[in-house]
Design a protein around this ligand. Structure first.
Ligand SMILES: [Fe+2]
Length: 403
């Protein structure tokens, strides 16, 4: 990487870091454990919400949302249901939710699902408090600027960490352009981490969403700057918990202890990366999502050990520490410990039937992937090693070679 470019990126990150430290990074209040969705009516009562807007997608709407609606009915809390949030939610969907919310005089949101319902509800909530701004006008950093109505997030997978983040990604219905709204006000007030909501999730999805959470924690942990004492601690706790519990949840979808621990780990990893950022693994994984529809967690699971190995010495100290904390290897030098830590990630992938590489990447797409990945990572992500075209291409070729 050209030293001038790298110096510019590092300078940008240093300034960004100072700015970020001046902001108030709120975490959602976690409510966890089997049956914790039963507490939702009480939380609504505490927030003075007499009528809630429930936002979810069609599958969760049929399978899981009824459990929560029953609780609301039982407690006599009124609600309006919108169960049509699509993958990659659109501006139209956001506007429909906002309209329903206002027509029915709702006073708070309950978002149930993975990333999409969470994002759509956040953007709709932003529109409720900013009726003067359309979604496109709130895209970018800190453009919402007002407190949202009470917002309860109920994740149905343990991985994305959407319930903790400052972001909502919304697609323009006509141009297909993606708007990313990023504002501290978009952090939900409560995260209800009920393992019953993830019971019976297919093993494949448990595995890949869990590895997404691991990628959040590890990428945040090895970042060059942005980390705080708290984000470091939460990333370490998340990595240890995922090493301990993910495969148990994978093998037995009904293991509520493992599912609870995974939801808490994903929440902690979500906060760590909200504060400290992700890196080249996510940047490359997103290109696979865009070009081949590769599920996000699967892409991360495959790319994580390859990128960590490529980083080399730059991450030895930190990964050696993670090897010690997880108990993977406690003796030997940093390089050996790092090797053992990365080896254990590969072994977890193998045991959960996750492939070692991808053979479907087309040669002709590589230049585009490199371009997109570098544009996403630089200068914002505080990556431990700044990639140039050549090094990014080398990593992509390894992803193919390892298939
Ligand atoms: Fe992710």
């Amino acid at each position: 990487m050209g030293t001038v470019k790298t110096a510019y990126y590092r300078g940008f990150q240093a300034v960004f870091n100072i700015g970020a430290r001046l902001l108030y990074w709120r975490k959602p209040i976690p409510v966890s454990g089997p049956g914790s969705v039963k507490q939702i009516p009480e939380l609504l009562g505490k927030e003075g919400v007499r009528k809630a807007m429930v936002v979810t997608g069609p599958t969760v709407g049929k399978r899981l949302a009824p459990k929560i609606l029953e609780e609301l009915d039982g407690a006599g809390v009124a609600y309006t249901l919108f169960a049509e949030v699509e993958a990659n939610p659109s501006v139209n969907t956001v506007n429909r939710i906002q309209k329903l919310y206002l027509e029915n005089a709702c006073e708070g949101f309950i978002a149930i699902g993975g990333g999409s319902p969470m994002d759509a509800a956040k953007a709709a909530a932003a529109r409720v408090v900013r009726p003067d701004k359309v979604v496109g006008q709130m895209a970018g950093l800190l453009k919402v600027g007002r407190k949202l109505p009470p917002f309860i997030a109920v994740p149905t997978t343990a991985g994305t960490g959407s319930e903790t983040t400052i972001a909502a990604v919304i697609t323009d219905s006509d141009t297909h352009h993606k708007y990313a709204l990023m504002d501290l006000h978009l952090v939900p007030k409560y995260a209800v981490l009920d393992p019953e909501m993830t019971r019976g999730l297919p093993p494949k999805i448990t595995a890949t969403t869990g590895m997404d959470a691991l990628t959040h924690a590890v990428e945040a942990y090895v970042c060059w700057t942005y980390n705080t004492r708290e984000s470091i601690r939460l990333a370490e706790e998340a990595v240890c918990a995922i090493f301990r519990w993910l495969e148990r949840a994978y093998r037995d979808g009904g293991d509520m202890e493992a599912r609870t621990q995974m939801l808490i780990a994903a929440y902690k990893a979500g906060f760590a990366f909200t504060r400290a950022g992700v890196g080249n693994v996510h940047a490359i994984a997103h290109t696979l999502g865009g070009l081949y529809n590769t599920p996000h967690g699967l892409a991360n699971a495959v790319i994580l050990p390859i990128v960590l190995e490529d980083y080399g010495e730059a991450v030895h100290k930190k990964l050696a520490h993670l090897a010690e904390l997880t108990g993977v290897k406690t003796d030997g030098g940093d390089a050996e410990k790092t090797g053992a830590f990365i080896g254990e990630i590969r072994a977890m992938n193998r045991r959960m039937d996750i492939p070692t590489g991808f053979d479907f990447i087309r040669e002709a797409d590589i230049p585009q992937m490199v371009k997109w990945a570098l544009a996403e990572a630089n200068p914002v992500y505080p990556v431990p090693v700044v990639y140039d075209e050549r090094r990014c291409e080398k990593v992509i070729r390894r992803i193919i070679a390892e298939a």
